[in-house]
Design a protein around this ligand. Structure first.
Ligand code: NAI
Length: 316
């Protein structure tokens, strides 16, 4: 049987990652971009990464790197790129006008069954899709960088998205080995970034008020909270840290509220605290491409190891 086909619009960091995730899942992938040169270098990046992962024994999927590479083709013609695709994942720069233009173009050329999905990190479906003829087929599938190693995908429908679009997207994400979650309605920051910003906000206040150093603040997460959060979320943590959630609330609600009442206002993220945090981090990782890239590579290796461990420890 011919493998199903997907189209990826935009071949930057996230577009390449999606292409690799879909190829690992056995899908034929058409990668579209505006410039042939960008596509050539995207293909080369993908080839290099797949070969490295194959060598390291961490390539995903049942096919080898050459077989997966053979599933990916590139194209600078939008109509040809989406022809035959059952799913289109848009990965262009985070710019509302540009994305609206692209979805407007897609709206004119697609049929009634393909899913039009956006990787946007923070543009709301109501801003992206309102007024499109195919709005029922539109959805946000927000990945986490790097999607190849961090499987979460936030699925966010427009108010007019057909429930079957949400279900099909959810099933597809599962099929390619990602970990989808459904939002019942759109909300600024979706869920992942709302949680992330809550953490960043309090981290910033604590460092800004001189309660803790930037380096120690990061350790609280990497050697403390983060250890368990890679396996269980905050709600299950409550459940396990007492005799169930109800008991946790009986025991700790008052204490939590006391602490939460001492949280300060939303930080400005400017001035002295920026300098303080930047100085501490720059001493550890100088802001030059070589040092940043080396640390990112190390981070990705850690995530690969963690992904392996999570598979071994899977409990559901
Ligand atoms: P990027 O800048 O690396 O790649 C964007 C690509 O789109 C480039 O290859 C560019 O040539 C292409 N492009 C520009 N105009 C185009 C057009 N009219 N038609 C087709 N392609 C066009 O951006 P990145 O980081 O890959 O982000 C893509 C999307 O993914 C954004 O919406 C971003 O918010 C989202 N995202 C990014 C994450 C990240 O950590 N980088 C994480 C999760 C989502």
């Amino acid at each position: 049987m011919e493998p199903s086909q997907v189209a990826i619009i935009g071949s930057g960091l996230i577009g390449c990652s999606w292409a690799m995730v879909f190829a690992a899942g056995g899908f034929k992938v058409k990668l579209y971009d505006i410039a042939q040169q960008q596509l050539t270098s995207a293909l080369e990046t993908i080839r290099k990464q797949m070969k490295e992962m194959e060598k390291a024994g961490v390539l995903k999927g049942a096919l080898n790197a050459d077989q997966q590479l053979a599933l990916i083709s590139v194209c600078t013609d939008l109509k040809a790129a989406v022809e035959g695709a059952t799913f289109i994942q848009e990965c262009t720069p985070e710019n509302l006008e540009l994305k609206k233009k692209i979805f407007g173009q897609l709206d004119l050329i697609v049929g009634d069954s393909v899913i039009l999905s956006s990787s946007t990190s923070c543009l709301l479906p109501s801003k992206l899709f309102t007024g499109l003829k195919h709005v029922k087929q539109c959805i946000v599938s927000h990945p986490v960088n790097p999607p190849y190693f961090v499987p979460l995908v936030e699925i966010v429908p427009h108010a007019e998205t057909d429930p079957s679009t949400t279900e099909r997207t959810y099933a597809l994400m599962k099929k390619i080995g990602q970990s989808p979650v459904k939002l019942n309605r759109e909300i600024e920051g979706f869920v992942l970034n709302r949680l992330q910003y809550a953490v960043i906000s309090e981290a910033w206040r604590l460092v800004g008020e001189g309660v803790i150093s930037p380096t120690d603040l990061d350790l609280v997460m990497s050697d403390g909270l983060g250890m368990r959060y890679a396996f269980i979320g905050p709600l299950e943590t409550m459940h396990l840290n007492a005799e169930g959630v109800s008991n946790y609330c009986e025991r700790y609600a008052e204490g939590m509220r006391l602490v939460l009442n001492t949280f300060g206002p939303i930080p400005e993220f400017s001035g002295e605290t920026v300098q303080k945090v930047n100085q501490a981090l720059s001493e550890k990782i100088p802001v030059v491409p070589k040092a940043l890239d080396a640390r990112r590579k190390w981070r990705d290796e850690c995530l690969t190891g963690l992904a392996k461990l999570k598979t071994q420890m899977k409990s559901d």
